[in-house]
Design a binder for this molecule. Structure first.
Ligand SMILES: CC(C)(COP(=O)(O)OP(=O)(O)OC[C@H]1O[C@@H](n2cnc3c(N)ncnc32)[C@H](O)[C@@H]1OP(=O)(O)O)[C@@H](O)C(=O)NCCC(=O)NCCS
Length: 195
């Protein structure tokens, strides 16, 4: 496997400061950053990379570089971070794709793999995605990876929408069946021991 996560078309690897100019193609782009307070300066992009390098060390995960396998092209970032969502610290999937590569399913493919990673490798029972109310592409990605809208709230005067993917609890029927089988086995064991 190349990188941390691999999908059909992509791999995700840790960001380094060498990604500065590529990452600024999305984070410093006014149109891409229209739902953020402002597009980032180059220093802010460097700070973003630094913050994620710290997250890899402290949390074991963060936003990773999204690379197209066929030509090693840098497409943007996607990954898992801990975010304060309406007062709760929750694992969140975030993504930023350079606009000339948008609407080709790359964010969805990367985010789906991050969701699986968050649940299978990191052991989270639920994973979230939140965005500005108007950020329809982000919400579309969340719903395409099986998340459901759970609430909206206001933060600093801006409306936010929260999506969630929760692993399903075992159905009560299955639980009962397992208990019944176990009880049956226990009874047999006791009977055997008494013989
Ligand atoms: C959000 C973002 C990462 C999506 O990346 P992407 O690679 O284009 O995503 P995908 O191609 O996997 O899916 C995008 C979906 O949004 C849809 N979409 C695009 N613009 C839309 C709009 N204005 N209204 C509704 N849906 C829209 C696309 O049609 C597509 O859905 P479909 O497959 O059903 O047709 C990208 O738009 C981006 O980088 N935006 C700027 C940064 C950002 O806001 N990140 C999220 C922070 S919360």
């Amino acid at each position: 496997m190349i990188g941390i996560i691999e999908t059909n078309r992509l791999y995700l690897r840790q960001l380094t400061q060498k990604d500065l100019s590529n990452l600024s193609l999305v984070l410093s782009d006014k149109e891409s950053m229209r739902f953020y307070p402002h597009a980032f300066t180059l220093e802010e992009v460097a700070g973003w990379i630094e913050k994620n390098i710290k997250r890899y060390e402290n949390d074991g995960f963060g936003l990773w570089a999204v690379i197209r396998k066929e030509d090693n092209l840098f497409l943007g970032d996607c990954g898992i971070t801990l975010q304060n969502i309406d007062g709760e610290i929750l694992p969140e999937i975030g993504f930023h794709i350079i606009k000339s590569f948008c609407n080709k399913g790359y964010a969805t493919e990367a985010a789906e793999a991050c969701k699986e990673y968050a649940i299978r490798k990191l052991g989270f029972k639920a994973i979230y995605s939140y965005s500005e109310l108007e950020n329809k592409p982000s919400q579309r990605v969340a719903s395409k990876i099986g998340m459901s809208k759970i609430k909206t709230y206001k933060s600093n005067g801006a409306g936010k929408v929260v999506y969630e993917y929760k692993i399903k609890a075992q159905s009560p029927v299955r639980h009962l069946t397992v208990r019944k089988i176990m009880a049956g086995r226990m009874q047999k064991k006791c009977a055997d021991n008494m013989e």
